[in-house]
Design a binder for this molecule. Sequence first.
Ligand SMILES: [Zn+2]
Length: 384
Amino acid sequence: MLAIDDHRRLGRELDLFHLQEDAPGSVFWHPRGLVVLRALEEHVRRAVAADGYEEVRSPQVLARSVWEKSGHWEKFSAGMMRLDGDAALKPVSCPGHIALARRRSREALPLRLCEMGVVHRNERRSQLAGLFRLRQFMQDDGHVFCEEDQIDAEVARFWARARALYQGAGFDVIEASLSLRPEVRAGDDALWDRAELLLARALDAAGIAFDRVPGGGAFYGPKLELMLRDQGGRSWQCGTLQVDLVLPRRFGIRPPVILHRAMLGSFERFIALLLERHAGKLPPFLAPEAVRVLPVAPEQSAYAAEVAALLERGGARVRVDLRDHDLSRRVSDAHRAKVPIVVVVGPRDVASRRVSVREGRELRELDLAAAVDAIAARCRPALS
Ligand SMILES: [Zn+2]
């Protein structure tokens, strides 16, 4: 029996997604769930664009020779999904981005690339956990190619954006840790000493309070991990930033440093955390249905449709409930469907061109233009 705020249960009740036995660790997104995934993708896309990243897309399958060069074939072998012995589905987008960066080697640094890419990891079946841990998921995988003296500024930029993104999605508690060199790694100790020093210094400069975790780093560099908690109190890594002095040397590219970074890590994991955090009632900018407009009586139907059209033009996902049920029944249906904003229009509202807007416990009566502006802002929040 799943807890009432378990994301698997909410996903089923809200018709967002399902998992099934013949595709372990991969999600079947339903239309309403895909709307959430796309809305989150768009939100992250705006955020990374504001931070100077260029969006790219790199191949799903790369030859074994590439993975041997990066070290994944040897040091990440358990996590790789290999194909016919000579290629693998990508578990990360680094080699693709390195190939893209190589073609732009004369440009000024930093060069920032980001990909909303699907990746595959061969997780053990016993480790799979709903959307929290999957074999196929989408990642906001980005790489900053830079000089050593640009690391501090890039870490500060990353932290500010990631924190704003988490807080804007309702997460106030963010745990940070610095994971140090693992046993299985590439690069000599001098390089690791340097990379750990550079990352720790950048975290201090950015004012990030962190714990040190011996042994948890990536095989090519130390790793900042940003963790959020689910409703059961379990921590999940979402954001990460890794200082890598190894792969630039292995691939022979000009920039001496690669920062591997992701804010969400896995879109699916972040959606699971969001669903649990909000008990299914997602913030308006992510909800599959952000607003439901309810005319008190059929006489207000035309006005309700006009209100809905204006809201839609403002970027909101809207439905009008014209069913022949009394208002309280339709309000409670909207509540049960976890629609975050309910707009009610009654007989007096038509003449005065006003509406009642209910979000959470707050009920406001606004004139129509002000309501449209306020709701549009909730559906497309400004980036801080
Ligand atoms: Zn990477």
